[in-house]
Write a protein that binds this ligand. Structure first.
Ligand code: PGA
Length: 263
């Protein structure tokens, strides 16, 4: 697991956006796994800016989002389909037929989940999967005690996640308690994983992810088993790590090698 600690959230977004940019330069027909939430917003803004400057094209790209609320259709302002359209897809040259978000309004969600898995497979698999992390260590909507081998399925949200996301819903608005989410096993099949975390509220989850035992109690700790995961955090999110200086040292060395073209 590569851990990159940066001074602030802007630099976290830049670092993440550069990984996507390099991926698309290497393979314009890449398959990207995308995430919603506050954390990746700045990264999406950077991708839009780079597209507008003519530095990036998404014409050949396919995307799969991690999750969706069950019971919300894509035109609901709190749905993740709506979020992705407004914050990224509407502003770039992607073919919307190749942007997949689990369908929260399907009558048979379990069948929809299996179809989602099938579509990922048919696309050739995810090249880079972007992740945020919940305060409780969830990835996607895989809450603590999700099976580490889980696949895309219907999942009940914890009270903590419902409370964390309540800020997006009006007081009198229906807030779903169920979701449809890629499983941890699905996420771990991505070729590369990039997890972003910013702010002090994520410090314990980041510590458990990087240093903790691999446990379903912190779903993100399963990433320790993945051969190519980059965890990009700001100082606040890194603040509970035992030895942040070690990770900074490694990153400085990597950057030196990169500058010399040795990596
Ligand atoms: P956030 O959510 O980016 O809004 O903090 C992350 C998550 O719950 O995965």
């Amino acid at each position: 697991m590569k851990v990159v600690i940066l001074p602030n959230d802007q630099l976290v977004a830049h670092y993440g956006a550069n990984i996507i940019k390099r991926q698309l330069a290497d393979e314009p027909r890449s398959v990207l796994g995308l995430a919603t939430g506050s954390t990746p917003l700045m990264l999406y803004q950077l991708l839009v800016e780079q597209y507008q400057l003519g530095e990036l094209s998404f014409r050949g790209v396919t995307t799969f989002n991690l999750d969706e609320y069950l019971g919300l259709s894509g035109d609901h302002p709190q749905s993740y389909r709506y979020f992705m359209d407004r914050n990224l897809f509407d502003h770039i040259d992607i073919d919307t037929a190749k942007t997949f978000v689990p369908d929260g309004a399907m009558a048979r969600p379990q069948a929809a989940a299996q179809e989602y898995e099938h579509n990922i497979k048919v696309s050739g698999g995810i090249d880079v999967q972007l992740l945020g992390i919940g305060v409780n260590g969830h990835i996607g909507f895989n809450e603590p005690w999700s099976s580490l081998g889980s696949r895309t399925r219907v999942k009940t949200l914890t009270a903590r996640t419902i409370a964390d996301n309540a800020r997006f819903f009006a007081d009198d608005e229906y807030q779903p308690h169920l979701s449809i989410t890629m499983g941890i096993g699905t996420i771990l099949e991505a070729k590369n994983i990039v997890l972003l975390a910013t702010g002090k509220s994520k410090a314990t989850a980041v510590k458990n992810t990087v240093e903790g035992p691999i446990t379903a109690g912190c779903p993100a700790s399963s990433l320790q088993l993945h051969p190519s995961t980059t965890v990009i955090v700001d100082e606040a999110a890194a603040s509970a790590l035992d030895d942040p200086e070690f990770f900074k040292h490694i990153e400085r060395e990597n950057q030196m090698l990169l500058a010399r073209n040795d990596l």
